[in-house]
Design a protein around this ligand. Structure first.
Ligand SMILES: [Zn+2]
Length: 285
């Protein structure tokens, strides 16, 4: 039976990202019960993650602690339930064995540094290897995996906006570059759609149509929502609406409109967005 998998990418470089996007969100063939046919040196459990390692635990321990933390944090921030299952995380010894595995098990998948695959009614799986941006990529993919486990399918722009936000180290999430400077510039000079169009973001139903600018704009909206207790609560309420949305509709990508939700709950949201970004200052070191 053909199954589809959501897959997300870990490349942070613009060129890599764009080249991937042309082939993004393709249907993948998954083999039921598939698990990497590797000999794993060690297995660990961190929070809801079941981790299979072919690298020294000491090289990744800090990041694994962070993703377990992320699980608790997402639940606390948005009043989300615990994960419904153990999420499997496979860390390969090197790029060669990782690529060989992905090519074999996910033929046609774009070659990226980290991959999140999800089968309907099955635990999510994350695959990666040690590389320069390992911790950022892992926090990004684990945010997706945790949200999917706690809520289920989400609108692409919310899913990516949150993953972009939580991929940064804790103290840098709000000021993540180059997004921070670009958004500040747009709002300060009133250029390039200073208040990014929410309806437009909501209308994107395919990963292939989701471009760099959409990542940035989604991040800016999530940043705005999270960094105010009452707005963060609203976002949690919206996530609950998505969680409770009819399963069939979710499969078709039909979610309650966030724009309508926000317009109703916080009618001044466009002005508030501008004020928030105008006033937000990066702390001086
Ligand atoms: Zn992503």
């Amino acid at each position: 039976m053909q199954k589809t998998a959501n897959e997300h990418f870990g490349f942070r470089l613009l060129q890599n990202r764009l080249s991937f996007l042309t082939a993004a969100f393709i249907a993948l063939f998954l083999f039921p019960g598939t698990a990497p046919a590797e000999e794993w040196q060690s297995e660990y459990a961190y929070g809801p993650f079941e981790i299979y390692l072919n690298v020294d635990i000491n090289l990744v321990r800090k990041t694994l602690e962070q993703i377990a933390d992320l699980d608790r944090e997402l639940s606390a921030r948005f009043s989300l339930p615990p994960c419904q299952e153990k999420i499997k995380l496979y860390i390969f010894a090197d790029v060669k064995t990782y690529m060989a595995y992905i090519q074999k098990e996910y033929p046609g998948a774009p070659m990226r540094r980290a991959l999140f695959a999800m089968e309907k009614d099955k635990p999510g799986q994350i695959f990666t290897f040690l590389h320069e941006e390992f911790d950022v990529d892992l926090r990004h993919e684990c945010t997706h995996a945790l949200l999917h486990s706690k809520i289920g399918r989400l609108p692409i722009w919310i899913d990516e906006g949150l993953a972009e936000y939580f991929e940064a180290p804790k103290g840098q999430r709000v000021y993540k570059e180059p997004y921070f400077t670009q958004i500040k510039r747009n709002v300060s000079y009133n250029i390039f759609a200073p208040v990014p169009d929410l309806k437009k973001l909501e209308s994107i139903k395919k990963m292939g149509d989701f471009l760099e600018v959409h990542y940035r704009n989604s991040w800016s909206w999530m940043n705005f929502m999270i960094n105010d207790p009452s707005r963060q609560k609203l976002l949690g309420n919206y996530l609950a609406l998505c969680k409770n949305a009819d399963g069939t509709e979710k499969e078709q990508g039909a979610f309650p409109s966030f724009t309508d939700f926000l317009a109703q709950m916080a009618p001044k949201y466009k002005t508030d967005y501008k004020t928030y970004w105008k006033e937000l200052k990066k702390p001086t070191k």
